[in-house]
Ligand binder design. Structure first.
Ligand SMILES: Nc1nc2c(c(=O)[nH]1)N[C@H]1C(S)=C(S)[C@@H](COP(=O)(O)O)O[C@H]1N2
Ligand SMILES: [Mo]
Length: 204
């Protein structure tokens, strides 16, 4: 696969390949490419909200001020785009989805979620991939507010899965008792998208 060789170019030999790079990925280093299926929306913080509905005890919505008042965490690990770039070192700040989900109270039958944006983009995730300190609603990147192109004012961040799961301009989660493919998944992408298992396309 040609994308594999991109990790080996220049002065970096196979022996020096960073063990944090999943198979078929290269390190984009300081680049942070923008990948959007839609036009970047003009979404002011005052117009942003995040809600959790579906199979929850207490469906609810958080305004910008309410979400910003929740306990903040940082994520400074890697991210991996299915088009083969990774960034090994990032610095996001946001609120753990565990915090939001604890307030909404998933019902016993809830196994999956559809995450949706203020622009209509959707993606599916297992609830197990959104809990346990592995998913956030991120507001900041490298100490600055997320730019609109990168999903500001707020995006989903699920860095252990390919980055198409990290919905920009996040609007909410709908909890379900089944897996419901989203925008890229109905177009042939893998339902889960684990970069270490190279779950790029359905059938991988
Ligand atoms: N709303 C929305 N979120 C999205 C996308 C999109 O097109 N729309 N693209 C996804 C894909 S394919 C990737 S790789 C990342 C890209 O995020 P970035 O543009 O900040 O690098 O956002 C993901 N989230
Ligand atoms: Mo992507």
């Amino acid at each position: 696969m040609s994308s594999t060789t991109r990790g080996f170019v220049g002065r970096h030999t196979a022996a020096e390949r960073d063990p944090r790079l999943p198979p078929g990925q290269y390190d984009a280093r300081h680049d942070f490419p923008v990948l959007s299926a839609e036009v970047t929306p003009e979404l002011a913080p005052a117009d942003w909200s995040f809600r959790i509905d579906g199979l929850v005890e207490r469906p609810r919505s958080w305004s910008w001020d309410q979400a910003r008042a929740l306990p903040r965490e940082r994520y400074d690990g890697p991210i991996h785009c299915v088009t083969s770039w990774s960034k090994l070192s990032t610095d996001f700040a946001g609120v753990s989805l565990d915090v939001f989900l604890a307030e909404a109270g998933p019902r016993a039958g809830a196994t999956h979620a559809v995450a949706f944006s203020h622009t209509g983009y959707t993606t599916n995730l297992a609830l197990a991939d959104l809990t346990g300190g592995r998913a956030w609603i991120a507001f900041d990147f490298e100490g600055e507010p997320l730019t609109p192109a990168h999903g500001g004012p707020a995006r989903l961040l699920v860095p252990h899965l390919y980055f198409w799961k990290s919905v920009k301009w996040i609007a909410g989660l709908r909890l379900l008792d089944h897996d419901e493919p989203g925008f890229w998944e109905v177009n042939g992408y893998h339902h889960r998208g684990d970069p270490w298992a190279e779950e790029r396309y359905s059938g991988d």
